[in-house]
Design a protein around this ligand. Structure first.
Ligand code: ATP
Length: 377
């Protein structure tokens, strides 16, 4: 029996509300499939810890997280707890940089039964992956910006060939793999190459790498046009690849397309390590009310299982990931389960219970869309 060690960083705010149900679901799915188990190691980090101890992410905690097979993260940061220069506490960003988690995957897929934000009939077909470069770009400046006078502040955007090459190879490989499951096989480079030389460099490297993948279509779009296109024709995209800040912004736009922050998962993937967390933050406006939608967290866990299985060559893990995803799909199918963020009254527990009920009942995951679940590798 394979036993995966999972570092669990609940963090702050609603991270602490969506994580417990996520662990319950992972244990249930492991028992259902029967070829692997999880051992959870609970670790403390985040704004609350910073407030209590003056440290947001102790090195010993980082080392423990690093030694795990994968890391599950809830959410971190409290708006009123900040460093003296005004920045929020964000150990999740440290993890990305320190573990080299260069590919921030944000799958944006509609769940049938969740009311579409767009009224176009094709809105139910939205199914693309944003890959956010997660180790440099404009975020590279977060610890080195200049803000020491009253007149000017500066941050620099960093694009390196090495980070771009591994990012684009990852994007093309993912699109190729998805194409075998019926996706279009297309990667769109999102940048502002018409204005900044750093983005022109980003695009130049994208073109070079694209030549190595003649079977995958290479496409280009400026970030402003992409903001328009993701509202107008989001169903036309397959894999999008963007610099760190642009990827951050597009992720929230993508989440809104499929029903809100509580629906959108993410996986930050590196060569040897990965962190899985919902796209949302700590949602200070709903903390403690039981209103947080756990789906983003549960979908992130499904991605984790898929990634672990792929890495260890355990096909049953893929089946487990599909059980989670189909449990979510079936729970929402009738349109009666409506989360608070969509104007309904279903909170964390009710949504989770509905998903568990489907999970317990489902026996076969092979009868559904073969597209389901090509996110990670
Ligand atoms: P960060 O910058 O840390 O990613 P953010 O500033 O984007 O965070 P969030 O914490 O993600 O903000 O919250 C944005 C909005 O989405 C808030 O109105 C919040 O209540 C809502 N929201 C976030 N997560 C959830 C969730 N799981 N369920 C329901 N609503 C959520």
């Amino acid at each position: 029996m394979k036993i995966w060690q999972i570092a669990v960083l609940e963090g702050d705010g609603v991270g602490r509300e969506v994580m417990p149900v996520c662990l319950e679901l992972l244990n249930a799915v492991a028992n259902k499939v029967g070829t692997f188990q999880f051992q959870f190691k609970h670790l403390e980090a985040g704004a609350d810890l910073f407030q209590r101890t003056g440290e947001a992410f102790p090195d010993a905690t980082f080392q423990e997280a690093k030694s795990a097979d994968a890391i599950l993260l809830g959410a971190m940061g409290i708006p009123e707890v900040r460093y003296p220069d005004g920045r929020e506490i964000a150990p999740q960003l440290d993890l990305r940089e320190r573990l080299g988690l260069f590919a921030g995957l944000r799958p944006i897929r509609s769940v049938q039964g969740v009311p579409e934000v767009l009224s176009h009939p094709l809105a139910s077909k939205i199914d693309f992956v944003i890959i956010r470069e997660s180790t440099e770009g404009l975020f590279a400046a977060r610890n080195s910006g200049e803000n020491n006078s009253n007149d000017v502040a500066k941050d620099s955007l960093v694009i390196t060939r090495a980070a771009c090459e591994r990012l684009f190879h990852y994007a093309f490989r993912l699109a190729r793999k998805r194409s075998r499951r019926g996706y279009p096989g297309k990667v769109t480079c999102v940048d502002k190459a018409n204005v900044l030389s750093s983005y022109a460099f980003f695009r130049k490297i994208f073109k070079e790498i694209a030549e190595e993948y003649p079977d995958v279509k290479a496409d280009y779009c400026y970030i402003d046009a992409m903001a328009l296109n993701l509202v107008k024709i989001p169903w036309e995209f397959d894999v999008l690849v963007a610099e760190n800040m642009f990827g951050d912004i597009l992720s929230d736009l993508g989440a809104a397309l499929i029903g809100g922050m509580g629906m959108a998962p993410s996986g930050d993937i590196g060569e040897n390590h990965a962190v899985f967390q919902p796209c949302h933050g700590t949602a200070p406006d709903i903390i403690g009310k039981g209103m947080a939608n756990p789906v983003a967290m549960l979908r992130s866990a499904a991605m984790m299982v898929e990634w672990l299985g792929e890495k260890a060559g355990i096909p049953e893990a893929h089946q487990a990931s599909r059980f989670i995803q189909l449990g979510i799909d079936k729970a929402f199918e009738g349109g009666e389960l409506l989360p608070y963020e969509l104007g309904g009254t279903a909170g964390t527990r009710e949504i989770f219970d509905a998903i568990m009920e489907q999970l317990e009942e489902s026996k076969d995951v092979s009868d559904r869309s073969s597209r389901n679940g090509v996110f990670c590798s």
